[in-house]
Design a protein around this ligand. Structure first.
Ligand code: FAD
Ligand code: MLT
Ligand code: ZN
Length: 475
């Protein structure tokens, strides 16, 4: 028999305490808002457990009562993966926010899943260590959300995606069992690598409650350079030289088109141009090292000089202070917010092999410009990872809803070009609700069936974030 909503709410309260079940007007936009306005979110309630045991009891209760669960971190995801439907409960992990241990000998950190990423970075730094996972949303997103989306960010080049930074996990499974896989071992070949099932699963296979992460030496010497370029092809060539000539010291190699930086100058305070004239493309590059005397500055100066002589670089500004370096990063990170001021925008997050990036950008932009005259392409992203965010802002004279109505036409063009270049329709943001069509279109039936079998094995009642990632998996 299905219990009434008030009895269900009473049950949730008995597990986490009345103050930790938010209802109706207590539920702020922070839990419900989807940034691009593509999806609306509703929920029976937001539940905030304080321990893994409470998460486990909640999951058992929800399973017993067929209540779908939407695990939630900072709700900064961009694919609608933390969006909830009316009869679901949002389980937000914010109260699991303890940093348990920073191990300066083993270069590891153990923390609860609800810790804000920036707090973990700061804790590592206090011990003169470095947590390299870094993204524009780091002041709000939680490590559990980062792992569940296998987040990328600006340091993937040297340190890998979120997946590469995990040593151990604790997860509450869809039947309520707690799997304790919290080891800090660098080597552990004992059967299937279970932790990787949950990384990138977007909360569909369980709720991550704690993590053990890898740390690195703190790059105390950094060289941040903003480089002006004529073409994307030159940016790719420069990237290849950077790897060869700087001993792989580069941690970031970010591309920005003129349209992107102009929007940042116009819409975001404290964003300024570093050059006295406009250029079509920019690269923000960072090298870092922890050697005694520091070699990053010298390395970047010497190899940029030769790139300049060969006409690959038109102009470059090397940051001369920490403040200037931060201003350059501010420009890159402001792009996401700046685009929100430009009306409605259609999002893409693709990756292609490096030698196809220029072709991808050129072909996509020219096809889209003939499809929708006046469309404004914001091309930026992690070019060193082959990952471009080709976000399209509406033409200035078009109605926003009319533009949104053409979402599939636009993304189909971008994804077909990507597929033709052997790329991926989702490089770092995941699937959520946004890319279910693409899952059906581009994943083989073998892959989809394998994913469905895993889901069925772990979550036969389909209570863990139903409807996300797997097409046709709504509750
Ligand atoms: P949420 O948005 O709350 O959730 C995301 C998914 O994870 C959902 O499916 C949710 O159910 C699941 N989830 C959350 N917590 C848990 C848990 N503990 N256990 C199980 N499942 C869970 N992404 C990048 O990859 N690279 C970038 O450079 C980047 N930059 C960004 C910049 C800005 C300004 C913004 C707004 C977003 C950016 N993102 C980026 C996207 C987003 O920040 C990441 O996807 C981030 O990892 C999401 O973390 P979150 O805690 O906000 O997760
Ligand atoms: C970025 O690279 O800035 C992020 O992935 C965010 C985004 O594109 O929305
Ligand atoms: Zn990105």
């Amino acid at each position: 028999m299905k219990l009434s909503e008030s009895v269900l709410i009473q049950g949730l309260r008995s597990i986490v305490g009345e103050a930790n079940v938010l209802l109706g007007e207590q539920i702020s936009d922070d839990f419900l808002k989807e940034r691009r306005g593509r999806f609306s979110s509703q929920t029976m309630g937001v539940v905030m457990p304080g321990t893994a045991e409470e998460v486990s009891a909640l999951v058992r209760f929800c399973k017993q009562n067929s209540l779908p669960i939407v695990p939630q971190g900072g709700n900064t995801g961009v694919c609608g993966a933390a969006v909830s439907v009316e009869d679901s409960v949002i389980v937000n992990l914010a109260r699991l926010n303890q940093i348990r241990k920073v191990d300066a000998t083993g270069f590891t950190m153990e923390a609860e899943a609800g810790c804000i990423l920036a707090n973990l970075q700061a804790a590592a730094k206090e011990s003169n260590l470095y947590l390299p996972l870094s993204l524009g949303a780091e002041g709000t997103c939680q490590i559990g959300g980062n792992l569940s989306t296998n987040a990328g960010g600006v340091n993937v080049l040297r340190y890998g995606n979120a997946r590469d930074l995990v040593l151990g996990l604790e997860v509450v499974l869809p039947n309520g069992d707690i799997w304790n896989g919290l080891n800090a071992l660098r080597k552990n070949n004992t059967g299937y690598d279970l932790k990787n099932l949950f990384v990138g699963a977007e909360g569909t296979l369980g709720i991550i409650t704690s993590v053990v992460l890898k740390l690195f030496p703190l790059p105390v010497h950094r060289s941040t350079v903003l480089i002006a370029m004529e073409s994307v092809e030159n940016a790719v060539e420069l990237f290849s030289r950077t790897r060869k000539e700087t001993s792989d010291f580069a941690s970031s190699f970010e591309l920005m088109s003129r349209v992107c930086v102009e929007s940042a100058f116009q819409n975001i305070p404290d964003c300024k141009d570093f050059f006295d004239q406009p250029y079509p493309w920019y690269v923000l590059m960072e090298l870092g090292d922890s050697t005694r005397d520091g070699i990053s500055q010298q390395l970047s100066e010497s190899f940029l000089e030769s790139a300049f002589e060969d006409g690959i670089v038109i102009d470059a500004v090397l940051a001369t202070s920490e403040k200037q370096s931060q201003e350059m990063w501010r420009l890159r990170e402001a792009i996401v917010e700046a685009q929100l001021y430009e009306g409605k925008s259609i999002k893409n997050d693709v990756s292609v092999p490096l030698d196809c990036i220029a072709e991808f950008v050129e072909q996509s932009i020219s096809t889209l410009e003939s499809l929708i005259p006046g469309i404004r392409p914001f091309a930026y992203g992690h070019i060193g990872d082959g990952n471009i965010h080709l976000n399209l802002s509406q033409p200035r004279d078009m109605d926003g809803d009319e533009f949104f109505g053409r979402w599939h036409e636009v993304t189909d063009i971008v994804h077909e070009i990507t597929d033709g270049l052997n790329g991926s329709f989702s490089a770092e943001h995941g699937i959520g609700l946004l890319k279910l069509r693409e899952m059906t279109r581009y994943k083989s039936s073998v892959e989809l069936e394998l994913m469905r079998s895993l889901k069925m094995a772990l979550d036969p009642d389909n209570i863990m974030n139903p409807g996300k990632v797997l097409p046709g998996s709504s509750h």
